[in-house]
Design a binder for this molecule. Structure first.
Ligand code: SF4
Length: 191
């Protein structure tokens, strides 16, 4: 990610996960902190092979502080099972750590302001595969991909873009397409 060598990210990486978590919990850098109930940081391993990047916390996540714990989360769990990933091999994080009111799409500015936390999570987790769940994750990560496309970024990390599970709740017909993408790239995480 383009800001990985910035002073802010360097400082956060140096402090490790506990320091990062403290800084996220304290953060008032954008207006979303005014309406947040719980900040949502991550779920899964701290040393995963695969990191899924979602969009932003929704209502259930805001209430619990746990990423992907509602209907979309159940669908993501199905994908993780289908990928045959074991516990310890995956993590889920979001582009923003605070819920945008009424689940609106994060703005470009909010993504930019919150990006150092996302970059630091990736720098600390060091995954070999990053799965971008939808367009907001793609924008935050700074890569341009088609649906189901993959590329290798400057760090040698495989990046894959698939549909966000929440989008599939309303477009069940596209679920088969999603499983097709997971089959296509299965060799990356099952090798
Ligand atoms: S969304 Fe990110 S930048 Fe905005 S207040 Fe929450 S943690 Fe801070």
């Amino acid at each position: 990610m383009s800001d990985k060598n910035s002073p802010v990210v360097t400082d956060l990486v140096k402090g490790g996960f506990p320091y990062l978590e403290q800084k996220i919990l304290e953060c008032k850098n954008c207006a979303l902190h005014e309406t947040v109930t719980n900040k949502v940081i991550s779920k899964g391993s701290e040393n995963p092979k695969v990191v899924f990047i979602g969009e932003a916390p929704g209502k259930n996540e805001d209430e619990t502080g746990i990423p992907f714990c509602g209907r979309a989360g159940k669908l993501l769990d199905k994908f993780i099972d289908y990928m045959e990933l074991k516990d310890g091999e995956w993590a889920v994080i979001n582009t923003l750590k605070c819920r945008p009111p009424a689940n609106r799409t994060p703005t470009k500015k909010e993504i930019e302001i919150c990006r150092p936390f996302l970059t630091t999570q990736i720098e600390l987790m060091k995954p070999t595969i990053i799965i971008l769940l939808g367009n907001t994750a793609e924008k935050a990560y700074g890569e341009t991909l088609e649906w189901g496309e993959s590329k290798i970024d400057e760090n040698g990390t495989h990046i894959v873009k698939i549909f966000h599970p929440a989008a599939l709740i309303y477009q069940r017909s596209r679920e088969a397409e999603q499983y097709g993408y997971l089959d296509k790239y299965r060799y990356l995480w099952n090798e």
